[in-house]
Design a protein around this ligand. Structure first.
Ligand code: GLU
Length: 299
């Protein structure tokens, strides 16, 4: 497989201009560096019927293209479990019986970053584990050997973040986001991760896990978010923010591409421009480093 970049939406509804702008950027980063581009549906949590097809149609309407197949995480549960089994067999995980509340209430371990898992279940004896298993099913946590890890990000430079004994499999057996991302990025030769900068703080854990699994750590570019006029991340309440909603107000997909390009400093206001034309103009170094405030047009 060729090295690739990716976009990994959660199919929980329609994509909004924040998601679409991140997708456009991920595509530009990948294609301008000669990479493949892949799409992965992160459907382990909230899924809305039909959302996958609508999201793909919207991405195509922007002029983006990608390699097939589109991967769905729900088809890969056996792979995530096998990865955790492999780590468990090597003694690199432990069973954790703590509730969220117990983790929050426990005094933090010495030298651990604030909010880090306090180590409550790290060293339980087998007898203690047998006892606890009667109360509730265990989550599986990684036995972290560090408290922090540094990644390199194309827009943020060196970024060091906390790493603790984070969850790999939840008590109900669902793979945790951090596990699924790392397993999938490695499995599909993703060596470039472009996504919203709300996920920058997840990158050190993911990079550390990749390294523990013997995978190369991808390049990162965490791009600025899109905010509403109150400075808050876009949400459904913010009016016309999806392609379908904008189209109803007369803003078709090409016009949305042009608005996004303007917001990225890659087109003059109202200049018509296609995704393909943007490829020639794309310069990661020149990207804005601050959020874009998107005020939805009134109906
Ligand atoms: N599925 C995540 C989201 O929609 C993105 C995960 C990632 O890009 O690593 O926010």
């Amino acid at each position: 497989m060729t090295a690739a970049g990716r976009f990994a939406p959660s199919p929980s509804g329609d994509l909004h201009v924040g998601n679409l702008r991140t997708a456009l950027l991920a595509w530009l980063f990948a294609r301008s560096s000669g990479r493949d581009f892949r799409i992965r549906m992160e459907d382990l949590d909230r899924v809305k019927a039909g959302a996958t097809q609508r999201q793909l149609a919207d991405l195509a309407a922007l002029g983006l293209d990608w390699s097939l197949p589109v991967v769905a995480q729900s088809d890969r549960l056996a792979t995530y479990r096998a990865t955790v089994d492999r780590l468990a067999a090597a003694g690199e995980t432990f069973e954790c019986f703590c509730t969220r509340r117990e983790v929050l209430d426990a005094p933090s371990a010495p030298h651990a970053p604030p909010g880090a898992y306090p180590g409550t279940c790290r060293d339980l004896t087998e007898a203690e584990r047998v006892e606890r298993r009667r109360d509730r099913p265990a989550a599986i946590r990684l036995r972290a050997a560090v408290t922090g890890f540094t990644v390199h990000d194309q827009l943020h430079g060196g970024y060091t973040g906390d790493v603790d004994d984070f969850v790999l499999l939840r008590g109900d057996g669902t793979p945790a986001y951090n596990l699924a991302v790392v397993v999938d990025d490695a499995a599909f030769d993703i060596d470039q991760v472009v996504r919203g900068d709300d996920l920058l703080s997840s990158a050190p854990r993911q990079a550390y896990l990749a390294q523990r699994l013997g995978h190369a750590v991808p390049e990162y570019a965490h791009v600025p978010m899109v905010l509403n006029d109150k400075g808050i991340r876009l949400s459904k309440r913010d009016g016309a923010i999806t392609l379908a909603q904008l189209a109803e107000l007369g803003y078709d997909a090409p016009r949305v591409v042009s608005m996004m390009a303007t917001s990225l400093g890659m087109a003059a206001p109202d200049e018509p421009v296609t995704a393909r034309e943007l490829l020639r103009r794309f310069d990661p170094e020149a990207l804005p480093r601050t959020p874009w405030t998107f005020v939805a047009p009134a109906a």
